[in-house]
Ligand binder design. Structure first.
Ligand SMILES: [Zn+2]
Length: 117
C-alpha cells in the first residue's frame, strides 16, 4: 500500500526532482569553467531541466483544475483525485469514484483504459 501515493503529489515530487537535477547539472558545469564550451553546454542542460520542471508545475496546475475535489472519508480533509482510483493526499486512504470498485484492493490498473472488468 505504501508504494502508492496521490497522483498530484507524485507529479509534484517529479517536478521538484527536475529542479534539483537542473541545479546539479549547472553545478557540474562550474567545474568546467576553464572550457567555456563545456560549461555552456552544462548550463544550457541545467536550464532545460529547470524549464521542464516549470512546465510540469504548470501541468499540475492544469490537472488540479480538472481533478475532482472530494472529502476524504477517513480523515475528513478535502482532497483532489484524478482518474477512477486515487489516494487521499493527507492520509493515503484509497479513494474511488466507481461503485463497482468499492471494497476491492487498491490497484492503479483500474485507471488504465485497457482494463476490463
Ligand atoms: Zn484522508
Amino acid at each position: 500500500m505504501a508504494k502508492y501515493s496521490s497522483k498530484i503529489n507524485k507529479i509534484r515530487t517529479f517536478a521538484l526532482a527536475l529542479v534539483f537535477v537542473g541545479f546539479i547539472v549547472m553545478y557540474i558545469g562550474v567545474y568546467f569553467r576553464t572550457s567555456p564550451i563545456i560549461m555552456t553546454i552544462f548550463m544550457i542542460l541545467g536550464l532545460i531541466f529547470i524549464i521542464s520542471s516549470t512546465i510540469v508545475y504548470f501541468w499540475i496546475g492544469m490537472l488540479s483544475t480538472k481533478a475532482i475535489q472530494v472529502k476524504c472519508p477517513n480523515c475528513g480533509k478535502p482532497t483532489k483525485m484524478l482518474g477512477k482510483v486515487d489516494m487521499c493526499m493527507h492520509c493515503r486512504e484509497p479513494l474511488t469514484l466507481d461503485r463497482d470498485l468499492v471494497g476491492k484492493e487498491f490497484d492503479e490498473k483500474y485507471n488504465k483504459k485497457s482494463y476490463k472488468k
